[in-house]
Write a protein that binds this ligand. Structure first.
Ligand code: NAP
Length: 246
């Protein structure tokens, strides 16, 4: 049990989630580091937080598993003493053209990116309602706003995050809980490392700032929406994309 506010970040072993976990630890939260496959990387994030005087807890769970999410949220809320912030960040891509996309690739992306966010929100909101305080920040994407050729599954999952966020915001507003989404553009991470140099160049040409974002730039926006100061902002989608989607 801790007297610190507590924040759970899904997919915090790598990339944007890792940067968000480090930032929230710096902001003074006890941080729950959720991961699925990358245990070594998650341990490194925990060690980095503790080396700077912060507190963290490791939580292995596949966010697409409804019951496992329920157990993870319960464990975190009980051991940390509360769950004040939930950041739904875990996500994958399985890109392919619509006409050749497999049913499995569609389902897997929806189940992790969208249903995973629902699963965690569904259980975390119960604790937040009792506390009469909570901040839910979910990571959408410019692909969910603009669509993207080759990403029908991913764009649908990220557009779904926006509808989920707005409905949650309406349901939970009276209980001191806000729900917002951050929609990153292209950010340097393992996910975008997979793109060819040709695709990276074509994408960069469409970004007014003419570069990819950093995970830390996404973490700053999440940190603000997760703060007490953002108390009158709910149901919003904040694009952090170098101007790409305006
Ligand atoms: P990344 O480097 O590939 O990291 C993905 C993270 O999600 C990892 O920590 C991974 O954990 C976790 N994850 C994947 N499947 C999971 C599951 N079933 N259960 C729990 N955790 C799971 O990706 P990223 O670029 O940081 O992206 C993070 C979020 O930002 C995603 O939602 C992504 O869609 C979104 N986003 C990224 C960009 C971009 O340009 N990078 C742009 C817009 C939006 P393990 O490795 O431990 O399994």
């Amino acid at each position: 049990m801790s007297d610190k506010r507590a924040a759970l970040v899904t997919g915090a072993s790598r990339g944007i989630g890792r940067a968000v976990a480090l930032r929230l630890a710096r902001d003074g939260y006890l941080v729950g580091i959720n991961y699925n496959g990358s245990e070594e990387r998650a341990l490194e994030v925990k060690a980095e937080i503790e080396a700077s005087g912060g507190s963290a807890m490791l939580l292995r769970c596949d966010v697409s598993d409804f019951d496992a999410c329920g157990e993870m949220i319960k464990r975190f809320a009980e051991e940390a003493g509360s769950i004040d912030v939930l950041v739904n960040n875990a996500g994958i891509t399985r890109d392919g053209l619509l006409v050749s996309m497999s049913s499995d690739d569609f389902d897997r992306v929806i189940n992790i990116n969208l249903k995973g966010a629902f699963n965690c929100m569904r259980f975390a909101a119960k604790y937040m309602m009792k506390q009469r305080y909570g901040r839910i920040v979910s990571i959408s994407s410019v692909s969910g706003i603009m669509g993207n050729a080759g990403q029908a599954n991913y764009s649908a999952s990220k557009a779904g995050i926006i509808g989920l966020t707005k409905s949650a915001a309406r349901e939970l507003a009276g209980r001191g809980i806000t729900a917002n989404a951050v929609a990153p553009g292209f950010v340097v991470s393992d996910m975008t490392d997979a793109l060819s140099d040709k695709v990276k160049e074509a994408v960069t040409a469409q970004i007014p700032k003419k570069r990819f974002g950093t995970p830390e730039e996404i973490a700053s926006a999440v940190s603000f929406l997760a703060s007490e100061e953002a108390s009158y902002i709910t149901g919003q989608v904040l694009a952090v994309d170098g101007g790409m989607s305006m």
